[in-house]
Ligand binder design. Structure first.
Ligand SMILES: [Fe+2]
Length: 137
């Protein structure tokens, strides 16, 4: 297969929190699979199934992140959780645009940008608090 991956993920992308890193890797795998079906230009049913999995897993992933931030007493957790909520809303919009065949690839690209920036920015900020909490516990 001559398709390149939509997101290339490497060791340098790890935050150093094993469970979170595994979840990020799993999400990358799902997004790359969704992209594969979008590029094919068909497989609407598969796209919707992938997106459903993504929505469920993102929800679970955000719950885990928010629990860790809470347990660690991370100060900016409320704003972080609000950013998660906005992202989940956009994921639901992506589903609607797949159903309408309305430029879903453009929306997927913007969600990819948001999520990668979020990991490099907002997620990275909670790492010292969460790691400190983990080392103490
Ligand atoms: Fe996050």
């Amino acid at each position: 297969m001559n398709e390149s991956l939509f997101i290339i993920w490497g060791e340098e992308d790890a935050l150093g929190i094993p469970l979170i890193d595994e979840q990020h890797r799993g999400i990358v795998s799902m997004i790359n699979t969704l992209y594969y079906f979008m590029k094919r230009g068909d497989g609407e049913r598969e796209q919707l199934r992938m997106l459903e999995m993504l929505e469920h897993f993102f929800t679970i992933h955000f719950i885990v992140e928010e629990e860790l931030m809470e347990a660690a007493g991370y100060e900016e957790r409320k704003a972080h959780a609000e950013a998660h909520e906005r992202f989940l809303k956009e994921l639901r919009e992506l589903r609607a645009s797949i159903e309408r065949f309305n430029e879903p690839l453009e929306l997927l690209k913007s969600l990819k940008g948001w999520w990668l920036d979020h990991i490099k920015g907002e997620d990275l900020k909670y790492v010292p608090s969460v790691r400190k909490w983990m080392e103490e516990g």
